[in-house]
Design a protein around this ligand. Structure first.
Ligand SMILES: *Cc1c(COP(=O)(O)O)cnc(C)c1O
Length: 446
């Protein structure tokens, strides 16, 4: 663990973090925010504007996390803020249907052709939990196949060998998930179609669904090999299992239609969150009408939510999607390429072995010689180079994800001023990565 090099400029964050640790476990409401794997004090943010975040000590950062995905337009985009204000003035929640909900549903359905109906929920976790329940209800089978390093929220049955914080903290699963909840989960290596086929050959009649990230972004950015998603589609079809494409991270970010726009494989069910929330709590799952008809009140599979389809959250999501035109997606792609090039340039100049990997405009940097194609590859990379790299960037006013296992998220608001700060920050960060020392016992070939 490298101690943070920032000094004096983080006093207010340190004071708040100490207070936070007294009232909430680890001082945070979601684990990776705590900076545990990079060390140092998490920054308490007070405002965001375009590509910038400002913390409580007055430090300004170029935001390359974007609230872990949602903020594709940048912070406090006027169209989104105005939509939220207008919605809030009319009342915050009614517990009745509203027109905004169906407009958001229509927007999603209009963008992703295999989705004919959606149900709105409050988080990606709820979306995947409900999609898996629906798949089990439809097929009347118990088993769920997932991939190591893929994260689908903190659903009990899906925490086994998960990505994101579970990977960041090196957990195999989580205490509190009982054998009964995990026994019907089969975990396979990502990008390994042979393993999927072998599993179906043995247990095909028990498998309700395969759930996969449309492109893996929670072990770093690891795109599916060409044909992987299509292969999953074919195996599922031949055994009567459902394919759940988790597009919570990729949806409406990598193209207007999400990963489907790059790799048009029709899944049975989809899950969405992050971008479609506009930054407020909203998510969705959807698919073919005949499958969605199994949900209550139309069908027997129960699913509900007091705040589901909340009018303010719906307004934020709708304004975000309506603003996200082709120009926005063009800007996102260009920003991702520009960022990746700056990282590569700096690390190459310092002779640091690395791969900048893309999944659409998601990207991450692996300190590895070989392309990372699965979780074993991600875990074998020189993750100990990441903390000093991270802190050098942070000190220079750039906010990358505080974990080697998370994707970097660009926004369309990243402008030349922001890129100037990134460019200026990179040489020192690369030097810090080059000078990182392997912890005892982990040195060796990349
Ligand atoms: C973030 C994420 C989730 C969980 O969403 P929450 O809103 O954090 O519950 C699920 N699946 C994927 C692929 C994600 O990236």
């Amino acid at each position: 663990m490298t101690p943070p090099t920032t000094s004096g400029r983080t006093l207010q964050s340190e004071v708040l973090f100490e207070r936070a640790c007294r009232v909430t476990p680890g001082g945070v409401n979601s684990p990776v925010r705590a900076f545990r794997s990079v060390g140092g004090t998490p920054r308490f943010m007070v405002s965001g504007q375009g590509p910038w975040l400002t913390d409580v000590d007055g430090n300004r950062y170029v935001d390359l996390v974007c609230s872990w995905g949602p903020m594709i337009l940048g912070h406090a985009h006027p169209a989104v803020v105005e939509a939220v204000q207008r919605a809030a003035e009319k009342g915050l929640s009614f517990g009745t249907p509203t027109e905004g909900e169906l407009e958001l549903a229509e927007e999603i359905i209009g963008r992703v052709p295999p989705v004919q109906q959606v149900r709105l929920v409050n988080s990606g976790t709820e979306a995947t939990m409900s999609a898996v329940r629906l798949a089990r209800g439809v097929t009347e089978r118990p088993v769920v196949v997932k991939f190591a390093g893929c994260y689908h929220g903190h659903v009990d049955a899906l925490l086994a060998q998960a990505g994101s914080g579970v990977a960041t903290f090196g957990l195999a699963a989580s205490p509190g998930v009982t054998g009964g909840q995990a026994v019907d989960t089969v975990v396979l290596p990502y990008n390994d179609l042979d393993a999927v086929q072998a599993t179906f050959a043995r247990r095909g009649s028990e498998i309700a669904c395969v759930i996969t990230e449309a492109a893996a972004g929670n072990m770093g950015a690891v795109a599916p090999w060409p044909g992987f998603n299509r292969g999953l589609r074919e195996v599922c079809e031949s055994y009567g299992a459902l394919l759940i494409m988790d597009e919570v991270m990729t949806g409406f970010r990598v193209t207007p239609a999400g990963w489907y726009g790059l790799d048009p494989v029709s899944a049975d069910l989809y899950t969405f969150g992050k971008v479609m929330s506009g930054g407020l709590p909203a998510a969705a799952f959807g698919g073919r009408s005949e499958l969605m008809a199994y949900l209550s009140p139309e069908g027997p599979v129960y699913q509900a939510g007091t705040l589901s389809g909340n009018p303010v959250a719906v307004a934020a999501g709708l304004a975000t999607l309506r603003t996200a035109d082709f120009g926005v997606y063009f800007a996102l792609d260009r920003a991702a390429t520009r960022l990746g090039e700056l990282i590569t340039l700096a690390l190459t100049a310092q002779g640091v072995p690395h791969r900048v990997q893309y999944a659409g405009n998601l990207l991450s940097v692996f300190f590895a010689e070989e392309e990372v194609v699965d979780y074993d590859g991600a875990a074998a990379s020189q993750t100990w180079r990441y903390p000093p790299f991270f802190h050098a960037l942070l000190d220079a006013g750039v906010y990358p994800p505080p974990s080697a296992f998370e994707s970097w998220f660009v926004s369309a608001a990243l402008d030349d001023d922001a890129f100037e700060v990134i460019e200026a920050a990179m040489p020192a960060a690369a030097l810090a990565a080059a000078g990182a020392v392997a912890p005892f016992g982990t040195d060796g070939p990349v």
